[in-house]
Design a binder for this molecule. Structure first.
Ligand SMILES: NC(=O)c1ccc[n+]([C@@H]2O[C@H](COP(=O)([O-])OP(=O)(O)OC[C@H]3O[C@@H](n4cnc5c(N)ncnc54)[C@H](O)[C@@H]3O)[C@@H](O)[C@H]2O)c1
Length: 301
């Protein structure tokens, strides 16, 4: 891996990954200007010829494709945008690889592909997504495998489980709770808060990606997350409130008054990490209290 193009590299995962990778020749391709120093190409993944031109100009050998439309409220409200960016955008990039030096393609998929499940989610489980976003990620995975077969590049597909950390978008749950606290509002929990999540610090997630790349593993799908502390959203709200200076009230609101429907909600989400552990020894290190402390230290609350 000499010359890498990261789509969506201005985003949360992309900027953390770009810092973690030691390569000098990383090019960030995004429609939004990054807030860190890097080689930046402004463009949309919907512009196939611009991607093809840049792959050739910078002799790109590895694409890390992170650009996507995500976030429940965003994706539920804009179904056409989700299909355009997550499906057609991925197709565009794959088509743009023809006649270039690209040898490796890394695709950011999501735990949303599994839908709801009462047990830990393992990579070979039947995929039953509840959301359009989850469906577009399955389409993306299948496109990557098809084009890998057609064009001969290697691929890695990562299904991320609730990656978080300070600096994440404010519509993701931990950031949202801290925003409520900072604004001295009540912390708002959707439904009764029984839905469980397993949070993985972005540094652990990036470490998993780098470990997998360094082992030169090819053509595999991996769950990436942290399965040590699954927690209900209600208990997460309590933990965050108890660990911040302001003891805000916690308010529960019915799903019908939120941006998501009850039927779309995932009630249990925990990754089975045996595959990535057996192939790379990946072990998440940052626990929930450390994640919360990062926010309270940064926001002084
Ligand atoms: N953060 C998580 O917990 C999580 C979980 C599962 C999957 N993922 C996947 O990981 C990837 C990165 O997520 P993130 O948390 O960094 O999201 P993010 O929203 O912070 O970053 C996404 C980036 O994609 C860019 N982008 C969107 N549309 C584009 C377009 N048409 N052309 C060019 N750039 C475009 C945005 O400007 C943004 O910088 C996504 O593919 C997401 O689906 C993330």
């Amino acid at each position: 891996m000499k010359n890498i193009l990261i789509t969506g590299g201005s985003g949360f995962l992309g900027r953390n990954l770009a810092k973690k990778l030691k390569n000098k020749n990383i090019f960030i391709y995004d429609k939004v200007q990054p807030n860190y120093k890097c080689k930046f190409i402004k463009g949309s993944i919907l512009n196939s010829s611009k991607i093809n031109e840049n792959l050739k100009t910078y002799k790109i050998d590895t694409i890390i494709h992170l650009a996507a439309s995500l976030g429940v409220s965003n994706t539920e409200k804009k179904p056409s945008e989700v299909i355009d960016i997550n499906f057609l955008g991925t197709l565009n990039i794959l088509k743009a690889i023809t006649n270039t030096k690209v040898k490796k393609f890394i695709f950011a998929s999501s735990s949303e592909v599994y839908g709801d499940n009462k047990k830990k989610m393992i990579e070979n489980l039947d995929l039953k997504p509840k959301s359009l976003y989850g469906h577009t990620k399955i389409l993306g995975e299948n496109l990557v495998k098809t084009y890998s077969n057609l064009l001969g590049f290697d691929y890695l597909i990562f299904r991320f489980f609730n990656v978080c950390g300070y600096g994440q978008r404010e519509d993701f749950v931990i950031s949202k709770f801290f925003k409520d606290i900072k604004e001295k509002k009540e912390i708002t929990v959707y439904g009764s808060g029984i839905q469980k999540r397993s949070f993985c610090h972005v540094k652990d997630a990036c470490n998993a990606i780098v470990l997998t790349i360094n082992k030169k593993i090819k053509n595999q799908i991996f769950n990436i997350g942290n399965n040590k502390e699954p927690i209900s959203i209600k208990n997460l709200a309590i933990l965050i409130r108890n660990n911040s200076k302001y003891k805000c009230k916690i308010k529960f609101i019915p799903f019908k008054k939120t941006d998501r429907s009850k039927n779309r909600e995932i009630y249990y989400r925990e990754p089975d990490l045996r595959k990535i552990f057996s192939m790379t020894n990946y072990m998440p290190k940052i626990n929930l209290i450390q994640i919360i402390k990062e926010y309270t230290d940064q926001q002084l609350i």
